[in-house]
Design a protein around this ligand. Structure first.
Ligand SMILES: Cc1cc2nc3c(=O)[nH]c(=O)nc-3n(C[C@H](O)[C@H](O)[C@H](O)COP(=O)(O)OP(=O)(O)OC[C@H]3O[C@@H](n4cnc5c(N)ncnc54)[C@H](O)[C@@H]3O)c2cc1C
Length: 507
């Protein structure tokens, strides 16, 4: 932390400083404005305007809607059994969740956008990730705001714009300014387009800087993964995690049993920092994934997107071991190659931000990516194996065994869905490297639903707040639509709580 001694004069003064313009930051800014339109709210964002929006912008935009607080509580308690969440926090989450929908509907209506039950891009109106833990009673339905893609984010951004809330772009928070004894937060050091500015925040600072998906050091040291890429923004580099540690906060959920959001099959183009997501809606199944030794290692097509890429092993839900089996290759044939884009177009930073800004788009039949050398092609499986440094006999044997399972209609090795047993027999053949790709990292400071942050003695750090994915209360398994709604709930709670503080009295 920096102390008041580091400040010669304040460069800017506001009531509430909100750091990070994703879902939680936008929500906090809107709520603060609506609670007190004359208050001076300042929203700062690390990225330039064309890269704003964080993971919220490129997410699937699914929102969890619940109408039954008791059932939601019990569902979340069961999903968190490996690292239980305090009961009072569960209570608060569930009670706020059952009252959230009208606010989301208002956000949509106020900017002329359509609120919809369902995801907007699939016919499913609800995703029930873990039915055995009570998902059916807990989840009323999934909701979103149109258009697809990015509709929820676009509506929040339009609401911020409409209120003329000042935003400083290219302005990361770099330090909190605190009393070293009481830990009370007075403001922050912000690097505004290269210049350091001391910003006084008389009522409070809310950190909404997202996770550490794009920080290789934290990925290695907190999660133990050296080989993953983010699916979302490259600007989420764990700045909030580091600031919270410096501020004296107690940390939690840095290394959930699974990375909660899961480890998904990505396709990484070396020209980008972030990863594409393999298309889980591809209508062709003549493909398998093989591990570093050329063997299959899981049931690839069992709708794993519906459990955030968790599979059951030894009776427990664990991450699909894409990161363990690395390097993984997807092996497919001409039928799959022609079936459509190999990557999702409705989410990910690569498809929705990088490609349009660079005047690119993944080609419909994947031919441009073959030309570019991202996908390997060969006339036989043995030849393909040689191109990706696998033993030709092993890979050919694996494809042969898989094709035999298709003929039999049963995958005895891994239990892949019978209706997806489509042989790999229409040459030429292709391979693409699968990168373990990360959705979210929920770790951060321990907090409550009003975003109040606790120190190591269980005391609130005065005037410091946190909302959204940074410090998420999700501690293990994750239900679709919870992260965006948690960002809304904690963003709203933190904004209201901070504004209610008397600037002159220590909290
Ligand atoms: C591919 C994908 C699909 C997803 N699908 C869903 C879904 O369907 N439903 C769901 O609920 N969740 C989903 N999620 C998760 C969800 O998007 C995030 O959990 C959510 O966006 C978190 O909101 P946030 O505001 O905390 O962080 P973000 O939305 O990531 O915003 C963080 C912001 O902080 C900025 N920032 C970072 N460091 C600094 C700094 N030092 N100073 C200032 N600003 C900074 C970043 O640039 C960014 O703009 C998905 C995520 C991904 C990647």
């Amino acid at each position: 932390m920096a102390s008041l001694n580091s400040v010669k004069a304040w460069d800017e003064e506001c009531d509430v400083l909100i750091c990070g313009f994703g879902c939680a930051g936008a929500t906090a800014a809107i709520e603060a404005y609506d609670a007190e339109p004359d208050a001076h709210i300042l929203l700062i964002e690390k990225a330039p305007p064309e890269f704003v929006g964080g993971n919220a912008r490129v997410s699937g935009q699914s929102l969890l809607i619940s109408k039954n607080a008791e059932a939601l509580k019990s569902y979340h308690r069961a999903m968190s059994a490996a690292n239980p969440v305090p009961e009072d926090l569960l209570d608060d989450w569930a009670n706020r969740m059952v009252n959230l929908e009208p606010w989301i509907q208002k956000m949509a209506a106020d900017v002329g956008a359509e609120y919809l039950h369902g995801a907007g891009w699939s016919s499913r109106d609800v995703v029930l990730e873990f039915p055995e833990f009570g998902a059916r009673a807990a989840v009323a339905h999934t909701a979103t705001i149109l258009p697809v893609p990015s509709g929820v984010w676009l509506a929040l951004k339009a609401n911020v714009d409409k209120r003329n809330i000042p935003v400083w772009y290219e302005s990361p928070i770099v330090d909190l300014i605190q009393d070293p004894d009481t830990l009370e937060v007075y403001g922050a050091w912000v690097e505004r387009q290269g210049e350091r500015k001391a910003v006084r925040a008389v009522r409070g600072v809310i950190l909404t800087t997202g996770g550490y998906e794009a920080d290789p050091y934290l990925q290695k040291n907190y999660y133990g993964l050296g080989n993953v890429k983010p699916l979302g923004t490259p600007y989420n580099t764990g700045d909030g995690v580091r600031l919270m540690q410096k501020a004296g906060a107690e940390m939690w959920h840095l290394r959930n049993q699974g990375q909660s959001g899961g480890i998904w099959p990505g396709i990484h183009d070396p020209r980008q920092e972030t990863s594409y997501l393999r298309n889980f809606m591809l209508p062709s199944f003549s493909w398998i994934d093989v591990n570093s030794e050329g063997h299959r290692f899981y049931a690839e097509t069992n709708e794993l997107q519906l459990t955030h890429y968790k599979m059951k092993s030894n009776g427990t839900w664990v991450d699909v071991p894409l990161h363990v089996a690395d390097p993984v290759h997807m092996i497919f044939d001409e039928t799959t190659r022609q079936a459509g884009k190999l990557v999702m177009q409705i989410m990910t930073w690569s498809a929705l931000v990088n490609d349009p800004l660079n005047g690119r788009e993944w080609s419909e039949d994947n031919s441009a990516e073959i030309e570019a050398g991202l996908l390997q092609r060969a006339d036989s499986i043995a030849e393909l194996a040689a191109k990706i440094s696998l033993d030709p006999a092993v890979l050919a044997g694996e494809v042969e065994a898989y094709n035999a399972s298709c003929a039999e209609g049963v995958d005895r090795a891994y239990g892949r869905n019978a209706e997806t047993l489509q042989p790999i027999d229409n040459g030429p053949y292709y391979a693409v490297r699968i990168t373990p790709a990360i959705v979210c990292t929920g770790g951060g400071a321990r907090r409550d639903m009003d975003g109040r942050v606790y120190d190591h003695h269980g005391k609130v750090i005065p005037r410091l707040f946190e909302a959204g994915e940074l410090g998420s209360f999700v501690s293990d398994l994750y239900q679709n639509g919870s992260y965006l709604t948690e960002a809304m709930i904690t963003g709203r709670g933190a904004a209201r709580f901070a504004l209610a503080l008397d600037p002159s009295i220590l909290e």
